[in-house]
Design a protein around this ligand. Structure first.
Ligand code: MN
Length: 261
């Protein structure tokens, strides 16, 4: 018998024989949750293990050409961050095309192909030299964006939440252990829509490397095991509509395939 169930039965037996005062005290000691919130996890490739997700950090404008297409000067801008809710994760297993719901409220739904790093160690003020020791695994991700809403909020100096942090906005593949892949400091990154190349760049064009991202993030937040980092997208972001199939690629990782429905 599971210990939680045994505890529950014992408590019930105590409550049946106890007076009201004892009953109230016992109930106060064992807080009850009226419902369950499902935890978010990402499969770890090559095992049955799951990576529990704590936070999703996203780096903005981390490729110079993308920063320019978004209307900023890449030379002057330090890295900046936003978050998506943990349950925005949509796991995309390799070898299959997963349905991805077109979100509400947008007429301009954009892809952003990104390298994702998953941490199993954290801390504050992590040096660039120690940063990659915190990275447990990597995968291919999409930072899906309601671009019209993101732009409208930006124009009004309001938060990006509605443009970036909505349900299913973080499709990604299973994690691949850093001990097996090594670091991702270079290599092709591309995204195709219906077989046509839309984004194509090299990870060595990132303004801030993964190690620098971890280091900078750790100055603003205490990083923890379970945090994942979307490392920014290259240029030529663009729209998809229902029926489009997106294929995302990073050298040395399996492609991911997502159909907008
Ligand atoms: Mn992005």
């Amino acid at each position: 018998m599971k210990s939680s169930k045994r505890r529950h039965l014992l408590q019930a037996a105590v409550l049946m024989t106890a007076g009201a005062g004892v009953r109230e005290r016992a109930e106060a000691q064992t807080p009850r949750m009226p419902f369950v919130v499902a935890p978010t996890s990402i499969p770890i490739s090559g095992s049955t293990d799951l990576f529990p997700v704590r936070r999703i950090y996203c780096i903005g404008r981390n490729y110079a050409a993308h920063a320019r297409e978004m209307g900023s000067d890449p030379a002057r801008e330090p890295p900046f961050f936003f978050q998506k809710p943990t349950d925005a994760v949509q796991v995309v297993p390799p070898g299959v095309t997963v349905d991805h719901p077109y979100p509400t409220l947008t007429q301009n739904y954009h892809y952003e192909i990104e390298l994702v790093a998953a941490l199993d160690k954290g801390g504050r003020d992590i040096s660039v030299e120690r940063a990659l020791a915190c990275v447990f695994a990597y995968t291919v991700g999409l930072d899906m964006t309601r671009r019209d809403l993101q732009r409208a909020m930006g124009d009004e100096k309001k938060p990006w939440e509605i443009g970036k942090s909505f349900d299913h906005s973080a499709p990604l593949g299973p994690l691949h252990l850093a001990t097996k892949t090594g670091p991702f400091t270079e290599g092709a990154i591309w995204l195709k829509v219906n077989g046509q190349v839309k984004q194509s760049a090299n990870l060595n064009q990132m303004i801030w490397s993964v190690a620098e991202q971890v280091s900078k993030l750790s100055q603003a937040f205490e990083l923890m095991p379970g945090d994942i980092i979307y490392s920014g997208t290259p240029e030529n972001v663009g729209p998809v509509v229902k029926g489009d199939v997106m294929t995302g690629h990073i050298d040395r990782l399996p492609d991911i395939s997502v159909k907008v429905v």
